[in-house]
Design a binder for this molecule. Structure first.
Ligand SMILES: Nc1nc2c(ncn2[C@@H]2O[C@H](COP(=O)(O)OP(=O)(O)OP(=O)(O)O)[C@@H](O)[C@H]2O)c(=O)[nH]1
Ligand SMILES: [Mg+2]
Length: 423
């Protein structure tokens, strides 16, 4: 099965929780805080790898999760970080978010993009010791790992792509010039998914793609449709094969017109791409008979059966590919780096104010908010992170309810150390 588009969901690992713990000594009711911090959750990264031919594994398993960090323990033992999850994808994979924005285009072996960041581990109570807080009894919870829905799209990276009607002899040609072994038969749509073959021309190599047959109306879904034309978009040149044999109803000049129109309706850039026109099955042409069609002189005739004209054709393709390469040497992939998400946002929701965002989550993620010491610490954090000011600017008044995640508290901007929690 050739899978070239899938929707996946990835989730980075959650951070482990920090713990609250005290060193116990004989005779001392409560010793020094020694609660360790939790480990960081694993990240999820996509990596382009040459040995992954299609996106099939993601069709079979669309949900992936990186391991979380472990919790901290007493005696200042910190939790272990979760391993990062590296998902191997084919070279030529485009990564899009659910808004259709391309976040990465992985065109080289080993190129990678971090798509979901692991949650930070919570700090243990030992980390909160300060001159004014000698024995904190609270610790932080771990943060959730990021979760994201993505669409992976794969576009083959070939130097030149073979386009033609079904039965035009595309697979016969690629089988003859490369080690590819596609099925060949005299019925239409023998080839159902693209084949790549490496061809040696003189002292260089190029990659040819055999694309499933295209017919009139493909753009509106006839035959196999024009979905597979996606794989020609990254080629440097197109090789249009015309077939003069009786397997075709249309003569070669009409085939050419139809093929060019289909290319243009899929993507005008395809119609403008450098191309080589070739007439296949030259062995069936009888030079003494006028076949009744007109083609330009620079159309190369060849036969996949006898081998006639194939060297010429390969050198011509290699020349065109090389000249395009000179004009546009790099086919760089890219990874989009987006601005970090807002620290927090404030909005009104019915009777209460809702504060969202990473800064808000971080401000309240302590283990036990009923502990007065912890509540005090949270209110300091809300002040320091600008959330109290943000609420005030948005119009919150003393006595209003404020919600952060599942926690609701009463806003009291003047007496900021006296926040009351209702969990
Ligand atoms: N006489 C002759 N027959 C050929 C030649 N090349 C291909 N054929 C025949 O044409 C038929 C179709 O060939 P394929 O290579 O399968 O054609 P295709 O373009 O890959 O077709 P689809 O995969 O259906 O799009 C087969 O019966 C081949 O044996 C040729 O050079 N000469
Ligand atoms: Mg074929």
């Amino acid at each position: 099965m050739f899978i070239d588009q899938v929707a996946i969901k990835v989730r980075a690992g959650d951070g482990g929780a920090g713990v609250s713990s005290f060193l116990r000594r004989k005779g001392l009711p409560k010793g020094k805080p020694n609660g360790g911090s939790g480990g960081t959750g694993g990240d999820v990264t996509l990596v382009a790898e040459a040995n992954i031919p299609t996106l099939l594994r993601y069709e079979r398993q669309p949900i992936w999760k990186a391991p979380g960090g472990t919790h901290g323990e007493g005696e200042l033992r910190h939790g272990k970080s979760g391993d990062d999850l590296e998902l191997a994808v084919p070279i030529g994979t485009i990564v899009k978010d659910t808004d259709g924005i391309t976040v990465a285009d992985l065109v080289e072996e080993g190129q990678q993009v971090l798509v979901a960041r692991g949650g930070k581990g919570g700090r243990g109570n030992a980390a909160f010791v300060s001159p004014s807080r000698k024995a904190p009894t609270f610790a932080e919870q771990g943060e959730y790992g990021e979760e994201i829905d993505l669409v992976l799209e794969m576009k083959l990276l070939a130097d030149a792509a073979l386009i033609g009607y079904p039965n035009a002899g595309k697979s016969t040609l690629i089988a003859r010039v490369s080690a590819a072994k596609p099925k060949i038969a005299d019925y239409p749509f023998t080839t159902l998914s693209p084949n790549l073959g490496v061809v040696t021309v003189g002292d260089r190599e190029m990659v040819l793609a055999d694309i499933p047959g295209l017919i009139e109306g493909a753009a509106s879904g006839k035959g196999l449709g024009h979905e597979f034309l996606r794989h020609t978009e990254r080629a440097r040149a197109l090789v249009v094969l015309l077939d003069p044999s009786e397997l075709q109803d249309d003569d070669p000049s009409r085939q050419l017109a139809v093929l060019l129109a289909e290319l243009a309706s899929h993507n005008p850039e395809l119609a403008a791409m450098p191309r080589i026109i070739a007439l296949s099955k030259s062995d069936v042409l009888d030079p003494s008979i006028d076949e009744g069609f007109d083609l330009d002189d620079d159309v190369i005739e060849f036969s996949g059966l006898t081998g006639e004209g194939i060297d010429d054709l390969m050198y011509r393709i290699a020349d065109v590919v090389a000249s395009v390469e000179l004009a546009t040497p790099e086919r760089d992939g890219f990874v989009l780096h987006r601005p970090l998400r807002d620290d927090f946002t404030v909005r009104r929701d019915g009777p209460e104010w809702v504060v969202e965002g990473i800064a808000a989550v971080r401000a309240v993620n302590l283990s036990d908010l009923t502990d007065p010491d912890a509540a005090q610490f949270v209110s300091e954090r809300l002040e320091r992170s600008g959330i109290v000011d943000g609420l005030r600017e948005a119009g919150a008044e003393s006595g209003d309810d404020v919600r952060i995640g599942s926690i609701v508290f009463t806003f009291d901007p003047d007496l900021d150390v006296d926040i009351e929690f209702e969990i």
